[in-house]
Design a protein around this ligand. Structure first.
Ligand code: HEC
Length: 229
């Protein structure tokens, strides 16, 4: 915001200077060279287009939501807060389109209701509110397999297993994310099974160690994970 104020002040000074200069030239009947006129015109076009961007920024509503994005090696932990509610998620950042959100202490505005690179999802406000409420709610899953297979040693699934001794992505709504841990692999079926058995075969710098599970337990685990929407 401070840089906007500086820009506005400089733009006002520049426009006032141009106006004074033109007035003086007009009175003295002196006219700028073509080059000077072209430079001044370009500068004015640039100021006007930036000023439109700033006006758009000033008009946009400020969301109560703040996001802390923390890099944890090869994955991202995302902490969402909106005053009353707070929750942790991972890897895929959702933001409301056309609203200013605070990300790591800085106000940011994303306009297009589109998917940017798969990891940042700019979605209409109503969809964002629905997504936010869903993410804040506990999981609807069975804890048995998850805790038995040792996943709860590192992962949290809110409402199911909440005491990780190591830090790993929150899996409460993992199936609502598009891809597995910042890769391009979808969160389903064989991709999930492969990830659980040997994540480093799919993402060489993954911090998750291989898990040896019986095929039947592995596919039951995949079904459980797929239900975490
Ligand atoms: C020793 C700790 C540890 C254990 C045990 C563990 N994981 Fe992970 N898991 C991680 C870490 C760390 C990551 C992030 C990997 C990366 O991208 O660097 C991860 C990532 C994941 C992801 C991707 C999350 C996302 O946001 O896309 C899934 C799914 C997952 N683990 C499932 C499991 C399952 C199922 C088990 C049990 C069979 C399990 N994990 C056991 C540490 C662990």
């Amino acid at each position: 915001m401070r840089s906007d104020a500086v820009f506005i002040a400089l733009a006002v000074v520049f426009l006032a200077w141009i106006a004074a200069l033109s007035g003086w030239m007009f009175l003295r009947r002196r006219f700028p060279t073509r080059l000077a006129a072209a430079v001044i015109t370009l500068a004015m076009i640039s100021i006007v287009s930036d000023a439109r961007g700033i006006a758009h920024w000033l008009r946009a509503r400020r969301s109560e939501v703040t996001i802390d994005a923390i890099r944890r090696g090869a994955w991202w932990q995302l902490i969402y807060r909106d005053g009353r509610t707070a929750f942790v998620t991972a890897n895929e950042m959702h933001v409301p389109a056309g609203e200013k959100v605070t990300i790591n202490g800085r106000l940011m505005l994303f306009d297009e209701a589109c998917v940017v690179g798969g990891r940042l999802r700019v979605i209409p406000e109503r969809d964002f509110d629905r997504w936010f409420r869903n993410e804040a709610s506990p999981a609807r899953a069975d804890a048995f397999l998850f805790t038995n297979a040792g996943c709860a040693w590192c992962h949290v699934i809110r409402g199911v297993a909440e005491h990780p001794s190591q830090l790993a992505p929150d899996l409460t709504h993992v199936a609502a994310r598009r891809t597995i841990s910042c890769t391009d692999l979808p969160v389903r079926g064989g991709w999930l099974a492969g990830w659980i058995a040997s994540s480093r075969a799919l993402k060489p710098d993954s911090a998750m160690q291989p898990n040896r599970l019986e095929p039947r337990a592995l596919f039951a685990m995949v079904r459980d994970l797929e239900s975490l929407r």
